[in-house]
Design a protein. Structure first.
Length: 520
């Protein structure tokens, strides 16, 4: 069938009328040099600071960090060995962001929020930029609600409040990560969501932490953000910011979240590596001059929001590793000055079997009893001072214990028993009502006739007795959060009944216990 010329013209006119050309303008640059995970790119004149760029050769992402007059310093967030000089780089127009929301709970993700646990994609469409300005003064509220760690030594002496930043500091292998993991385990069945950020750790160690959390039923309310030692320094640098963005999603929707940075020493080292490769001028210990600002802008994002802003909170427990117990080094002093207190773990105590090895003299919480329940502040009021005095006396008494007066010997006996009470096995956090009960017994002379070597057994059996025989006493402490006189009488009666039935009792040290109770 032959087409007439007029029909052909009509078809062409219809096609032209329906033609829409999609024009897109892309900012493109060229790699000038590449090495050690840092690329210098010529072009990209419209790129923003902290914008994601894409290496078109293999789709690897990079982060624009240095904006120069004629070139841009890009840190490569992936394998940089396939990138060569002359490769094309495109701006994405997007600032570095990570997925957020409840869909991440129970998952292990990398620093960009991509799942690495083999459980499939994360079903969420919500994202947040990894960098943002911290909440202002007017948006915040006072820290007044306790964040229970389940560790007696911390909840009693250096308590953590919701919205607080409490530093965990100590030498290598002194139990810093153990405190963080126990705190996450203690949030089981509660209303606190946890984010664990692993920076520069071995992959086997991160896998072990994940298995422990899963074994104790804590992974379902936890997000694990992993930037292992084998990852590029760029990913280790952005990992804590990514984890904080995930936590802010819960805080700004009126919920409570807890974030662990394990650890910020390796984070500072990763930032130093990136900065030196970008030719930024080095300062003290070769760290760049803005390393203080690096951690302050990160930790200031943890806050307790006012009721007008939802009332949510983000609590942070940053971890810092010291070298030879030197807390006056550059990074430790920086983070100490930013945070609201520190939990110092002493190697000598750790090797002596006092675990957790919390040094009562150097550890402090700047929030104080404002974030403790009344029952805890009542029984733990003098605990930190008594332990600090005991440890100074113990160092003095080892030269001649026989020449000590009765008052000093009494202080040593009380301190020994309090030290035994504060010892706690790993992965066994205690509810706050049980902490209050055993501390009340220890600070009111109820253990004065129990030999020091049997205090640990007394503690375990006493708490089991309260759980099974006197659960109403524990229930009242948990609900009332205070110790009225009638509850103290019930606690004293329960303790005396336990000592009579369990065989813990006698007259040994009774006068010392009476003196200790009278002093309180």
């Amino acid at each position: 069938m032959a087409l007439r010329a007029t029909e052909i013209g009509d078809v062409l006119r219809q096609q032209i009328a329906g033609f829409e050309q999609q024009m897109s303008v892309t900012n493109v640059g060229t790699v000038v040099d590449i090495g050690d995970g840092v690329a210098r790119v010529f072009g990209l004149s419209q790129v923003m600071a902290s914008e994601l760029v894409e290496f078109t050769k293999d789709g690897t992402l990079g982060l624009a960090l240095n904006l120069g007059e004629d070139s841009v310093g890009v840190i490569v967030m992936g394998d940089y060995q396939t990138i060569e000089e002359g490769d094309e780089v495109r701006s994405t127009g997007a600032v570095a962001s990570v997925p957020v929301g409840d869909a991440l709970l129970g998952r292990v993700v990398d620093a960009l929020g991509r799942p690495i646990d083999g459980k499939g994609p994360i079903q969420t469409t919500s994202t947040r930029p990894i960098e943002r300005i911290a909440p202002g003064v007017i948006q915040r509220a006072n820290v007044s609600q306790a964040m229970q760690t389940g560790i007696i030594a911390i909840d009693a002496m250096t308590n953590v409040g919701r919205g607080q930043r409490e530093l965990i500091i100590g030498d290598r292998q002194t139990g810093k990560s153990a405190i963080a993991i126990d705190t996450i385990i203690n949030q089981r069945g509660g209303d606190v969501t946890c984010i664990y950020v692993a920076i520069g750790q071995k992959r086997a160690q991160i896998a072990q932490v994940t298995r422990i959390l899963e074994e104790y039923g804590a992974l379902e309310h936890t997000i694990v953000v992993a930037a292992s030692a084998s990852e590029p320094a760029a990913l280790q640098y952005i990992a804590p910011f990514a984890g904080t963005a995930m936590g802010e999603e819960f805080m700004e929707t009126g919920r409570d979240a807890l974030i662990i940075y394990d650890d910020l020493s390796k984070h500072a080292q990763a930032y130093r590596e990136v900065s030196l490769l970008l030719r930024r001028p080095p300062g003290r210990e070769a760290y760049p001059g803005d390393v203080f600002y690096l951690h302050s802008r990160l930790l200031e994002r943890s806050a307790k929001l006012s009721e007008e802003n939802g009332g949510g909170s983000l609590t942070s427990l940053p971890i810092i590793e010291t070298q030879a117990s030197d807390v006056s080094a550059y990074i430790p002093t920086n983070v100490i000055s930013i945070t609201d207190g520190q939990i110092y773990l002493e190697p000598d105590l750790f090797y002596a079997g006092v675990r957790p090895a919390v040094n009562a003299g150097l550890s402090v919480s700047r929030v104080g009893s404002a974030a403790q329940i009344k029952a805890m502040s009542r029984v733990a009021g003098r605990l930190r001072l008594d332990l600090a005095n005991y440890r100074s006396l113990a160092a003095f008494a080892q030269f001649g214990a026989s020449d000590l007066d009765a008052s000093t010997r009494n202080q040593l006996e009380v301190g020994q028993r309090l030290t035994e009470i504060l010892k706690q096995p790993q992965y066994h956090p205690l509810p706050v009502e049980e902490e209050v009960a055993i501390l009340w017994a220890g600070t009111n002379g109820m253990l004065s006739d129990v030999p020091v070597e049997r205090v640990g057994a007394f503690k375990d059996q006493y708490l089991e007795y309260l759980r099974t025989v006197k659960p109403d006493v524990l229930r009242r402490i948990a609900t009332e959060k205070a110790l009225p006189d009638d509850l103290v009488d019930a606690l004293r009666k329960a303790t005396e009944e336990f000592k009579a039935t369990a065989g813990f009792g006698g007259t040994r040290g009774a006068s010392a216990g009476t003196a200790a109770a009278a002093a309180r």
